[in-house]
Design a protein around this ligand. Structure first.
Ligand SMILES: *Cc1c(COP(=O)(O)O)cnc(C)c1O
Length: 427
């Protein structure tokens, strides 16, 4: 980046209250890059652990972690070492050949979950696409359904490809992209009656439910944990009917919930589950994992050029091994409790403003009262001014998803910054 681009462009208006300046050439960025994101006015340049620095040299505590992705924070020595070593040795070949580090990663995942087999891809949406294809073939071949239906939940999020925006039970992601993919039906989350009614209704003629796809905790939908009794009943229904239970662990998996997988908080095991975000610690990789019916896919049924390449697998393997070696699950549980306790104390100071603090491990949400004028984006902007990066989960939920290596002191600093941010947004 040239020095020129670092100099503030006077044509850019300073937005968001206390923000002193917008140093980065945001207009130049927007001229070149499609406007698919509403961006906060800062450009990050460097990171170390749970801290990042912008192009002006300002330091931030990163409680976003690339949206629940940088499991080990930034520039973690284990990740740096594994990626450096692998790119110097062999970074990409095709899945036409055996890739030893891919098997090492698959064996780690199988050894630390209920899965028996893994397929690697590059993202959460792609992992869910694989699950959707697997469910359909399973529906045709095993359940003998001509038009298999997949049930998903209202307020869910499963990705941005055509099939996964269709699976996503939020009209805002679907509008303007019709025709959507057929074969999906929506049910209320954490509601057994909804699932039972949908299965009965759709079981007619050529149609039938082949799979139920759910998040163990809804992330984008507002950090809403699954209900144990609900998931146990859904598991029973699937056992009775042969319907596949498929869980989207893209955001909540890989240790973020304080257990390796979100479903471990619910006392059930899925037939199929997907992972991405935290799996590679920021290096793109996704995985589709299955317990039963892993042989539904035969050679030629599904593929990916990049999926499971040596570079991505080496990165993910170092993330997995570091989770274990540094005993990070315990840290996630302890820091999560500390964080929720602190958030509840802040919420108690503004009883008219907040309704609830909820979450598991290091995926937590703080919900604003629907009646207040303050939005989650207002709080996130005020927190940026206090040197803390947060991300909304919908218009009324502030989300906290720091790296899993976060320390007690960093949680304390984040809570203080949030307190100051709240003082500045309150009228
Ligand atoms: C982020 C997310 C996805 C999509 O992952 P991408 O890597 O962006 O495709 C899917 N499901 C859940 C639960 C997610 O949080």
């Amino acid at each position: 980046m040239s020095i020129e681009t670092l100099i503030q462009d006077p044509s850019i208006p300073a937005e968001s209250g206390g923000m002193a300046s917008i140093p980065y050439d945001a207009a130049g960025f927007d001229d070149a890059v499609m406007k698919t994101y509403g961006r906060f006015p800062l450009a990050l340049e460097r990171g170390d652990g749970c801290r990042v620095w912008d192009t002006e040299g300002r330091e931030y505590l990163d409680f976003v972690a690339g949206i629940a992705t940088c499991t080990l924070g930034h520039a973690h020595p284990a990740l740096v070492e594994s990626v450096t070593r692998q790119i110097q040795t062999l970074h990409h070949v095709s899945n036409l050949y055996y890739i030893p580090v891919q098997a090492q990663l698959a064996k780690w995942l199988i050894g630390h979950s209920s899965a028996e087999r893994v397929f690697f891809c590059n993202s959460g949406a792609e992992a869910n696409e694989g699950a959707i294809k697997l469910a359909r073939k399973y529906g045709h071949k095993v359940l003998k359904i001509d038009e298999p239906i997949i049930l998903t939940a209202n307020a869910s999020f499963h990705g941005r490809t055509l099939a996964t925006i269709t699976a996503t039970g939020q009209p805002k992601y679907q509008k303007d992209f019709s025709p959507l993919v057929p074969g999906f039906q929506y049910v209320p989350y954490n509601d057994v009656n909804g699932i039972e009614a949908a299965i009965t209704e759709s079981d007619s003629g050529d149609f039938g439910v082949a799979a139920i796809l759910l998040e163990p905790l809804q992330g984008e939908g507002g950090v809403r944990p699954g209900d144990i009794a609900y998931f146990k009943r859904v598991r029973e229904i699937c056992d009775e009917t042969g319907i596949l239970l498929m869980l989207d662990e893209v955001q909540v998996g890989m240790g973020r919930s304080g257990k390796y997988w979100g479903y471990e908080n619910l006392g059930i095991e899925p037939d199929v589950f997907t992972s991405a975000k935290g799996l590679g610690g920021g290096v793109p990789i996704g995985a589709l994992m299955c317990k039963k019916f892993c042989d539904v896919f035969q050679p030629g049924d599904h593929a990916s050029t990049f999926g499971g390449n040596p570079l991505a697998c080496a990165a993910a393997l170092s993330v997995c091994e570091t989770l274990e070696k540094e005993n990070l699950l315990q840290n996630v549980q302890q820091r999560g409790e500390q964080l929720r306790e602190g958030l509840r104390a802040i919420a108690a100071k503004y009883p008219n403003c907040f309704t609830e603090v909820r979450g598991w491990g290091l995926i937590n949400g703080m919900e604003l009262n629907a009646d207040t004028d303050i939005t989650s984006a207002d709080v996130v902007k005020a927190a940026i001014d206090q040197g803390l990066l947060l991300v909304p989960a919908g218009p009324k939920v502030i989300r906290f998803v720091p790296p899993l290596i976060v320390t007690a002191a960093e949680v304390q600093t984040a809570l203080q910054a949030l307190e100051q941010a709240m003082a500045s947004v309150m009228p």
